[in-house]
Write a protein of this length. Structure first.
Length: 161
């Protein structure tokens, strides 16, 4: 199966920015109008409505984009980890099966992928507990991989938080 993660990351990056800005624009105007009525804004001079809302929308979009893009990126990373474990499990001819004869994710494949993640951290001289904005922590990813053991291969790829 081809997931095209890089294309989806690019689409997500653009779409998230546009969606957040589109939602924040009317909210920014509403917020400005409410604050102008409630707070004494004379200390600001006479703040121009459009410029103030523009700044709020830009800042809100930047923060919102960082948060949501990080979340999407971590989901995609999790999907890639799952794919790797599924692929290794499929390569085993002696792998475990359920009562209906369907293939299951085996512990050896999970250990191999978990060990590979550990090695990546080791080679990069980083703590496995260190959280990364786009990838999460190695420990977080390893814990997730261990939840896949014994799941049917046709269901293992379903992303869970």
């Amino acid at each position: 199966m081809i997931y095209r993660h890089l294309i989806w990351l690019l689409v997500a990056a653009v779409a998230l920015g546009m969606a957040i800005a589109t939602v924040l624009a009317p909210v920014g105007y509403l917020l400005f109008d409410v604050l102008a009525r409630v707070l004494p804004m004379h200390w600001l001079g006479d703040p121009p409505r459009e410029q103030t809302v523009f700044v709020v929308v830009i800042l809100g979009t930047c923060f919102g984009w960082l948060w949501t893009f990080g979340m999407v990126s971590r989901m995609i990373e999790r999907e890639a980890d799952t794919f790797a474990v599924e692929h290794m499990s499929r390569q085993r001819t002696d792998g475990p099966r359920d009562a209906d004869g369907r293939r299951l994710v085996d512990a050896e494949s999970v250990r191999a992928m978990s060990g590979a993640l550990e090695r990546v951290a080791e080679l990069n001289h980083m703590s496995t507990a260190r959280h990364n904005w786009r990838h999460g922590s190695i420990v977080w990813r390893q814990k997730y991989l261990h939840t896949l053991v014994g799941r049917r291969l046709d269901h293992a790829g379903q992303i869970q938080k």
